[in-house]
Write a protein that binds this ligand. Structure first.
Ligand SMILES: [Zn+2]
Length: 312
């Protein structure tokens, strides 16, 4: 982080509903800045690191929508209509003597614009051996592949790695590779080899489980068969780390019923997204979206028959 963005960090501190948010990059500062966002929530300290961003062709993101419909939605937001370049937000939680990562970013072997987490941790003075727990939302490359280093050894050697049981079972099942379309077979091979390399560190998570003190697993299957989100309970305030249950701060909110090409079960993805958006709007619960504009924190508001993301 540069000196000027550090200054930004304190200048932009705002108090919102008992939750202190100090966020460089919150208002759309240059994505090249290695900005971190800090939240304090009861006894918990939360930092959101950027792992970089992805580049996704729009026909992958929205395979069932016409170019006209896509342009009508995105152009008023000043967004490109041929590519999405979503940020990747990795949440770090300090609570008691635990230092917990929710997902670990893409590592060096997925897309060149992602995989920045190790450098960000180093900049912040956090050694990978200090991470006590890694909690995974799902096993897609941009969330899991950073679990190994350049030599394919575990990057967080001291960590307990918490994996949703449904993810563990699905990616390792005999029929999964053959049932997966050619262009995504590398996701299966990649998940399997990484699961194998970390097997000794792994514990399973089931829906509703208190994974760590104050951290509750919520079933948000659809994006992947075992996708899990996590509520971090902090006294009067809670934050939900939603992974990819809601992927885009415009599309998923304004058109929750549009099929998402990255959802492995598109119908279940829509159902889960709708239910989650409803719950989050009702509870006024803050969220951290893995692919929302960095740092990805904000709230869900109802807007007509759909929703709006209020960053902050
Ligand atoms: Zn993702």
């Amino acid at each position: 982080m540069s000196g000027s963005s550090r200054k930004d960090l304190s200048r932009r501190s705002v108090l919102a509903g008992g939750l202190t948010v100090a966020a460089a990059g919150l208002a759309g500062a240059a994505r090249t800045a290695s900005a971190e966002a800090q939240l304090t929530l009861g006894d918990h300290d939360i930092t959101v690191f950027s792992d970089g961003h992805l580049s996704l062709p729009m026909n992958f993101v929205l395979p069932e929508q016409s170019e006209e419909d896509i342009a009508a939605l995105l152009k008023p937001h000043g967004m490109a209509t041929n590519m999405l370049t979503p940020d990747c937000n990795v949440t770090l939680l300090r609570t008691g003597d635990r230092v917990v990562l929710f997902d670990v970013g893409a590592g060096a072997n997925f897309q060149p614009s992602a995989g920045e987490l190790p450098a960000k941790l180093e900049d912040t003075g956090i050694d990978p051996s200090e991470i006590t727990d890694v909690v995974l939302t799902h096993a897609h490359p941009d969330h899991l592949w950073g679990i190994l280093d350049d030599f394919d050894d575990p990057f967080y050697p001291e960590a307990s790695i918490w994996v949703p049981q449904g993810e563990w079972d699905y990616w390792r099942a005999d029929g999964t590779l053959s049932a997966t379309p050619e262009e995504r077979k590398s996701f299966v091979v990649g998940a399997r080899s990484r699961f194998e390399a970390i097997e000794d560190q792994v514990s399973m998570i089931r829906p509703g489980q208190e994974v760590l003190p104050g951290v509750e697993a919520v079933d948000t299957a659809g994006h992947t068969p075992g996708h899990m989100s996590y509520v971090i309970h902090g006294g009067s305030e809670s934050v939900m780390v939603i992974g990819d249950a809601i992927t885009n701060s415009v599309i998923s909110f304004e058109k929750p019923d549009w099929a998402s090409g990255s959802d492995q079960d598109r119908d279940m993805g829509i159902k889960t997204r709708r239910q989650l958006l409803d719950r989050l709007a009702q509870d006024r619960m803050r969220v951290i979206g893995f692919h929302f504009p960095h740092p990805g924190s904000g709230r869900v508001e109802k807007a007509g028959g759909a929703y709006r993301f209020a960053a902050g």
